[in-house]
Design a protein around this ligand. Structure first.
Ligand SMILES: Nc1ccn([C@@H]2O[C@H](COP(=O)(O)OP(=O)(O)OP(=O)(O)O)[C@@H](O)[C@H]2O)c(=O)n1
Ligand SMILES: C[C@](O)(CO)[C@H](O)COP(=O)(O)O
Length: 246
């Protein structure tokens, strides 16, 4: 509960994991001995502003998810596990339809982003109250090129204006419901939730996230994930050693 609001979180975990090239849904793969989806859920479970969590899983994985993730790890805030759809957008819409009727703030998060920090979740909830809608992201580090089909570079946008959008993406429930209904009516498919709100002319604020909040997408990301967890202590110790020897 945050300032008398009812905060619901939709965790989208119903993708195909094609780019992971694994026979198992990537969210059920373990990083440092814990399934990715359990790592994602524990962050929202631990955040005291969050009231409920709705997980969206593939139709044939709903039971497995209830048993092997929600029950096994004893997640108390997960009210429902519902089935997803063809696109991420279809899955999130199913999640929206399953929310508690008291929900008025909605956070949408990828099940495949287990390194979200609780402070970013809190910032997102506070961001809805302050701005109405917000997305966690980070300024890009590389120079970005727009490239045509023939691989010619057509332009180099001003990097200082480019951020990589992550999740959570957070909204008043009425706003995101309207945005989803309009997108369905117009047959519009976006690659994130914010796009559906932006196209209605509603301002969405970008809020600073962290570079660790990667989306586990390809096999290399599992190695990065393992090292993010395992090497944290080593890196901290090394930093201390460098400072001490100065
Ligand atoms: N129909 C879909 C597609 C995606 N997702 C979820 O949305 C998040 C972001 O999608 P992505 O990482 O692209 O996952 P996949 O769609 O599974 O990946 P791929 O494109 O490689 O198949 C993931 O947590 C994924 O499970 C979903 O719930 N329903
Ligand atoms: C929502 C998202 O994670 C923001 O970066 C991303 O757009 C999901 O896209 P994908 O096409 O499912 O990888």
């Amino acid at each position: 509960m945050y300032k008398n609001n009812y905060v619901s979180v939709i965790i989208a975990a119903a993708g195909m994991s094609n780019r992971m090239r694994s026979s198992v849904n990537k969210q059920f793969i373990s990083i440092a001995n814990k399934p990715i989806l359990a790592r994602t859920l524990e962050k929202f479970e631990e955040c005291n502003y969050v009231d409920e969590i709705v997980v969206v899983a593939k139709e044939d994985e709903v039971d497995y998810c209830r048993r092997e993730i929600v029950k096994r790890f004893n997640f108390k805030k997960v009210n429902k596990v519902v089935k997803g759809g063809k696109e991420r957008q279809d899955s999130v819409y199913n999640g929206l339809l399953a929310l508690n009727e008291r929900a008025n703030i909605v956070l949408i998060h990828d099940g495949a982003r287990p390194f979200i920090k609780i402070e970013n979740i809190k910032d997102s909830i506070e961001g809805v109250v302050k701005y109405g809608a917000c997305v966690v992201g980070v300024p890009v580090k590389d120079t970005i090129k727009l490239v045509e089909k023939n691989e010619n570079i057509s332009s180099t946008p001003d990097r200082s204006k480019i951020w990589a959008a992550q999740t959570p993406q957070s909204f008043w429930k009425d706003t995101i419901m309207e945005a989803y209904k309009c997108a369905i009516e117009d047959d519009f498919v976006g690659t994130d939730d914010s796009m559906l709100v932006e196209r209605l002319g509603i301002c969405v604020k970008m809020i600073m996230g962290n570079y660790e909040n990667i989306k586990i997408t390809t096999p290399e990301d599992l190695i990065v994930g393992e090292s993010l967890l395992k090497d944290k202590e080593i890196i901290l110790n090394r930093r201390e050693f460098i400072f001490q020897s100065r």
